[in-house]
Design a protein around this ligand. Structure first.
Ligand code: NAI
Length: 337
């Protein structure tokens, strides 16, 4: 049974090979492809039972049909978000699509808090200054998290993990979620979105990208925020209308911005473009702000996450080929008898 894994980095190969050998007796024929899965590269998946893709691979109806024609019957997403795959088209073709919904939420939450504290206490700037022999502290003033109000938009696995950490810092926690989670209630209180925005010193996004949440952060959202507050996005780039945050940073309505994700990331993130002229003017403008911190979608990147991702993905492959129900199926396909 062949599995073609696309968009692979060295760490993917390392963890998949290890888990495949130790937990699945190397039973599959796995090929690793560093390139993205597109119409031009789909031939590499010919005769594979399944393809495994990552967060920025886009699988629309045409590509799914092409893969189906090559014999592919399952799309295994080694990530949580599945906005890049047309689930209806896959289901119509009888293809399984499955994701890895719950890998180490603490890893993402801890990274969000790391971004908050880096941006707040300016350790990234201090690091560079000290290496240059500049020990001036001017411009490095931060604030204590203790007693500050943090607003969490989304209280799923990651939002709640974030709440637990920030509760430990002594923050007051507010949350907005159309489906409020019981687990959050021990850390803070649910409010409507406007109340959260107007009272929070830090707003952190932990909701998925869907048609209803696309550009949820727009001019109105930013103007409702407390003046000078911090915005953090470790969820999905499309939640933010980038032009609006740039305008808000320029007027100082938005005090600071931490991003691990960016709406136009597909063409840049996970690759080395240091020798190229980058044509994305919005991203390049964002990088000029001293009070903006941009990372390349790395919140998930821990040993724990990589291990869980490889394990869950290979378990889904195993269940699929053995005709067992797949726990993380996103499409309804008949199980083989
Ligand atoms: P989850 O599914 O456990 O929780 C999402 C929560 O958002 C749910 O409670 C849901 O009710 C809520 N929600 C839905 N619409 C909302 C809205 N309009 N306003 C406020 N809340 C809303 O998801 P989880 O595991 O907590 O992940 C959250 C997001 O984090 C994912 O959707 C994904 O986009 C992102 N993520 C980012 C990673 C990274 O490396 N930067 C890694 C993994 C996930």
């Amino acid at each position: 049974m062949k599995l073609a894994i696309f968009s692979t980095q060295a760490y993917d190969v390392q963890y998949f090979e290890h888990i495949h050998a130790t937990k699945f007796t190397s039973k599959f024929d796995i090929t690793f492809h560093p390139i993205r899965l597109t119409a031009d590269t789909a031939l590499l998946a010919k005769d594979a039972t399944a393809v495994c893709v990552f967060v920025n691979d886009a699988l629309g109806p045409d590509l799914l049909r092409l893969l189906h024609g090559y014999g592919v019957r399952a799309v295994l997403l080694r990530c949580c978000g599945y906005n890049g795959v047309d689930l209806k088209a896959a289901e119509d073709l009888g293809m399984l699509v499955a994701n890895v919904p719950g890998y180490s939420p603490e890893s993402i939450a801890e990274f969000a808090v790391a971004q908050i504290q880096t941006l707040n206490r300016k350790t990234h700037r201090a690091f560079n200054r000290v290496r240059e022999g500049n020990f001036s502290l001017n411009g490095l003033v931060g604030f204590a998290l203790y007693g500050r109000t943090v607003g969490l938009v989304g209280t799923g696995r990651i939002g709640v993990a974030c709440a637990r950490i920030l509760h430990g810092f002594g923050c007051r926690l507010l949350a907005y979620d159309p489906y409020p989670s019981e687990a959050f209630k021990q850390y803070g209180e649910f409010t409507d979105l406007d109340t959260l925005l107007s009272q929070s010193d830090i707003v952190s996004l932990h909701c998925p990208l869907m048609p209803s949440t696309k550009h949820i952060v727009n001019e109105k959202f930013l103007n409702t925020m407390k003046k000078g507050a911090m915005l953090v996005n470790t969820s999905r780039g499309g939640l933010i209308e980038t032009e609006a945050v740039i305008a808000a940073l320029k007027t100082k309505q938005l005090g600071s911005l931490a991003l691990d994700v960016y709406e136009g990331e597909e063409s840049l993130f996970y690759g080395d473009h240091s020798g190229e002229v980058i044509g994305d003017d919005l991203l390049m403008r964002l990088l000029t702000f001293p009070n903006a911190l941009v990372c390349g979608h790395q919140a998930f990147l821990t040993e724990e996450s990589l291990q869980e991702i490889a394990e869950t993905t290979l378990q889904t492959m195993d269940d699929f080929v053995e005709g067992r129900p797949c726990q993380h199926a996103l499409t309804k396909v008949p199980v083989k008898s």
